[in-house]
Design a protein around this ligand. Structure first.
Ligand SMILES: NC(=O)C1=CN([C@@H]2O[C@H](COP(=O)(O)OP(=O)(O)OC[C@H]3O[C@@H](n4cnc5c(N)ncnc54)[C@H](O)[C@@H]3O)[C@@H](O)[C@H]2O)C=CC1
Ligand SMILES: O=C(O)[C@@H]1CCC=N1
Length: 274
């Protein structure tokens, strides 16, 4: 945190979905000393709010207006499509609070245009591993973010994993790679588990095997090794792996992955304008 101290923060989450939960769960795991209160707001679904209150000890409300004035940070964790409306409703209550959004495709411009002049705003793009402190979070800051808000931002980001500051364009371009790609990977896991089960493995054994295979592979990558070299070291010349990789190439794996990335980013942009 740049050596500066952060006083205890009151963070209001507008939206009580999966990403809100992943972020406050992560922050509460490791940054509790910096948290005065987490308030979670949702329009409806009282049952979910109550479950969150009971599980995490957060405060909950169905009317965020009550909580904005006292908040230090307002974090929008709801669909991109609802941002314009909620930001417009939020604007009269904002007097210097740090406003953050996690929404795909949103960017900084809409926040700065809609909120009072000078409001510090940040766009973050985490992934669901935030909940266990293992997100890789991309972020970009608006024009009015000063050191004291950066310290708060760093505290939140450190609570949910690793973070990389990007340009706004990079957050748009990389949303698929860090925000959505966990789903691409899980999709592959589902297929591998199905194959293992097809060979007679119990579902829980198949899960454990595939999870450890991915964990080990990720650990190899985190040593800094090049993925092409790692792939080569698995691929015995003329051997079994080569036959599998050949099928991936024949079925245009590269084209499929690039297409998935492009479609994801395009849809993120589209949602922000709906
Ligand atoms: N799920 C993920 O892996 C990631 C999601 N995001 C972003 O996080 C945001 C939320 O996504 P999820 O948590 O996955 O969705 P979700 O569907 O689980 O949760 C959305 C929440 O927003 C609430 N909401 C909708 N309109 C509202 C309004 N007008 N006022 C107050 N609350 C409202 C809903 O009731 C719900 O609690 C999206 O903008 C998404 O782009 C970003 C990175 C990763
Ligand atoms: O699917 C979505 O729209 C969001 C964006 C990144 C991950 N989930």
């Amino acid at each position: 945190m740049g050596g500066r101290s952060v006083r205890k923060q009151r963070i209001l989450f507008i939206g009580a979905g999966r990403m809100a939960e992943a972020i406050f769960a992560g922050v509460l795991r490791t940054q509790k000393d910096y948290i005065e209160e987490i308030v979670v707001a949702n329009r409806s679904d009282l049952a979910r709010l109550h479950a969150m209150r009971d599980q995490y000890g957060v405060s909950v409300t169905t009317d965020w207006r009550d909580a904005v004035a006292k908040a230090d940070v307002v974090l929008l964790a709801m669909p991109p499509q609802n941002h314009r409306d909620v930001l417009t409703q939020l604007a009269p209550y904002i007097k210097g609070q740090l406003v953050m959004t996690v929404a795909a495709g949103i960017g900084i411009g809409l926040l700065e245009e809609t909120l009072p002049a000078g409001t510090p705003v940040v766009w973050i793009m985490p992934n669901t591993a935030a909940g266990i402190g293992e997100s890789i979070t991309l972020f970009t800051c608006g024009r009015h973010v000063e050191d004291k808000q950066r310290d708060v931002l760093n505290m939140v980001l450190a609570g949910i994993g690793e973070a990389v500051e990007c340009t706004e364009q990079q957050v748009h371009d990389l949303t698929a790679i860090t925000g959505s790609a966990p789903a691409f990977l899980y999709r592959m896991v589902e297929e591998l588990e199905l194959s293992a089960q097809g060979y007679g493995m119990a579902p829980e054994t198949a899960r454990r095997m595939v999870a450890q295979m991915i964990y080990g592979s990720a650990a190899m990558l985190k040593t800094g090794a090049d993925p092409a070299d790692l792939r080569d070291s698995v691929t015995t010349p003329g051997g079994a792996t080569a036959a599998g990789l050949r099928v991936m190439d024949e079925r245009r794996f590269s084209e499929m992955m690039q297409g998935a990335v492009e479609a994801t980013n395009a849809r993120a942009r589209e949602m922000a304008n709906e």
